[in-house]
Design a protein around this ligand. Structure first.
Ligand SMILES: [Zn+2]
Ligand SMILES: [Zn+2]
Length: 551
């Protein structure tokens, strides 16, 4: 009987982000992506990672990691995992260029990087892999066919079926049809992001004419375009529109500069040298002669657009001859930050162009019709929806059933699930941790308790009460000292501190007179007296910090 193949989903099934899975056969492991999740509303947290414990315990069995493409939700976890272990990383040259820059930026040793090209075949650990091109919102994405003891497992990567991609590199469905007609594809793992969206996602090349129109409508004005720095084909179309209207291009934002350089070096981005202008040349170019392409269209607080909106950018001061184009769509969770950015730019006089007005953006993920076309081409025996919020996974599951797949051929999985593929089909094998591992900028862990405490402090503030007891005389050595922040209006602070000091003095004086000397017990009494006054009189629940000293 052929050996079973086990799949472990460490992230990405139930949220958009931290995509990470492991395929295991004959005791060897190949990882598939290693991403992070952008924290939404987690104070002091810079990245949310999968729980790597399961991988850590099996580090000596990992033969490599296939990275499907260069988005953060697929590569962002690598600097953290590679601090504690090393394995070869497989990906397209663009993906590996991004990975290398990321690891170097984090001062993490760069492991062996193995370049993959379209249609390459390569043995990785126990699997014979084949890599096929997919179209997505960053170049050189690859879907992977894992040849396993249990037949072919196809991972779609993030993809859409763009008939006219900017680089002409279409998702390779014909090869899937060929394989389906041969020995067949046993298991499909496919992107669910837009499963709930009917029809087909528009082609990336539809954006070019819209951008050209924006440039025609803004003759004589300075045009500033915010876009994702990894969206090379969008940047190409922005550059083409700028060239068509006789403008030079200024690239701003460290990640935008880095990615444009990488993509030009690899021949993925065609911008002639003479068209590029530096930040310093910007001042000498008239508004109608320049186009700025920059980061920050998601409202990122430290990116170029945010600095411009705050009037803090080194070389761009927004004025009423500026048109700012948002050539991206708000990622859920970023809407309010983007709203604030729009307002700040508008207040400085800029005219705004965004995707709610005209088609300056299209998604990189295929909608329902495209997913069905993938299912039709691959015609898999078994299916697990991956990459999506839970509702996206459900929508994709339903699409597969609607196409006529038998209910027992689809397995719904979520973060932390382990499943086994063997001669009997697919079944749940157990669970590993699906905990959100939160880290700060330096990669230090941030616990749930710490996040909770920070939330409490930001919403309710704190009150510190310091009490000094004269143990020999059996009384307080001085009136309790009280300090507070974020609890009451600063103008009323002294008044409230005096009130707290009085109730604590009263509560502790009698206990001390009765012989209580235990600092913990006295702290508890101080906290109770403070808490009662604070909640009764203000209805708030600030953090209470009693400090008691017995001399
Ligand atoms: Zn992606
Ligand atoms: Zn993704």
């Amino acid at each position: 009987m052929p050996a079973p193949v086990d799949l472990t989903f460490l992230g990405g099934l139930g949220e958009i982000g931290r995509n990470c899975a492991a395929l295991e056969a004959q005791g060897r492991i190949v990882m598939l992506d290693c991403g992070q999740l952008f924290p939404d509303d987690l104070p002091g947290v810079d990245a949310v990672l999968p729980d790597f414990t399961w991988l850590r315990e099996r580090a000596d069995r990992i033969d490599g990691c296939v990275i499907t493409h260069a988005h953060e939700d697929h590569i962002g976890g690598l600097p953290y995992l590679l601090r504690e272990m090393s394995f070869p990383i497989y990906g397209s040259p663009f993906t590996l260029g991004m990975v290398r820059a990321k690891l170097k930026g984090a001062r993490v040793p760069v492991p062996e990087l193995v370049e993959l090209h379209d249609h390459d075949r390569r043995r990785i650990g126990p699997f014979d892999c084949e890599f096929l091109p997919v179209t997505h919102s960053t170049p050189s994405g690859l879907m992977t066919l894992f040849g396993t003891p249990q037949g072919l497992i196809l991972h779609s990567s993030d993809f859409k079926l763009d008939p006219t991609p900017v680089d002409g590199r279409v998702t390779d469905l014909p090869r899937l049809r060929e394989l389906a007609a041969g020995d067949g594809i046993r298991l499909l793992l496919a992107d669910s992001t837009n499963a709930g969206t009917a029809g087909a996602t528009g082609s990336e090349s539809e954006i070019g004419p819209v951008l050209r129109q924006v440039f025609e409508d803004n003759v004589g004005r300075r045009i500033i375009v915010g876009a994702f720095s990894s969206h090379v084909h969008r940047i190409q179309q922005i550059a083409d529109a700028a060239a068509g209207s006789g403008r030079r291009l200024v690239v701003l934002g460290p990640s935008m500069v880095r990615n444009v350089t990488l993509a030009r070096d690899l021949g993925l981005l065609r911008i002639p040298e003479r068209m590029l202008a530096t930040e310093d040349e910007l001042a000498d170019l008239g508004p109608g002669r320049v186009c700025v392409v920059c980061t920050g269209s998601q409202g990122e607080p430290r990116a170029a657009l945010a600095l411009m909106a705050q009037g803090r950018h080194r070389c761009v001061t927004i004025c009423d001859s500026d048109t700012v184009v948002f050539s991206s769509h708000p990622i859920p969770g970023n809407e309010s930050g983007i709203g604030r950015l729009h307002n700040a730019l508008a207040r400085r006089g800029a005219q705004l162009v965004h995707s709610r007005q005209i088609g300056v953006h299209t998604s990189g993920h295929g909608s329902a019709d495209e997913l069905l076309a993938l299912h039709d081409a691959a015609d898999p025996a078994l299916f697990i929806p991956v990459h999506g919020e839970y509702s996206h996974l459900v929508a994709h599951h339903e699409l597969a059933l609607g196409r006529g797949m038998r209910a027992d051929r689809v397995l719904r999985c979520t973060d932390g699930d382990r499943v086994r593929l063997d001669d009997d089909g697919l079944r749940h094998l157990g669970r590993v941790s699906d905990r959100y591992v939160m880290v700060d900028e330096a990669g230090r862990p941030v616990s749930d308790d710490l996040v909770e405490e920070r939330r409490g402090l930001s919403g309710e503030g704190f009150v510190v009460v310091r009490v000094v007891v004269d143990g020999r005389k059996g009384r307080l050595a001085e009136p309790p000292f009280v300090e507070t922040r974020g609890w009451v209006d600063p103008s009323e602070r002294d008044e409230w501190c005096t009130a707290v000091s009085e109730v604590v003095a009263k509560a502790l004086s009698s206990a001390v007179a009765d012989g209580e000397r235990d600092t913990k017990e006295l702290g508890r009494l101080a906290r109770r007296a403070t808490g009662r006054l604070v909640s009764k009189r203000t209805g708030r629940r600030p953090a209470l910090v009693p400090v008691v000293e017995v001399r």
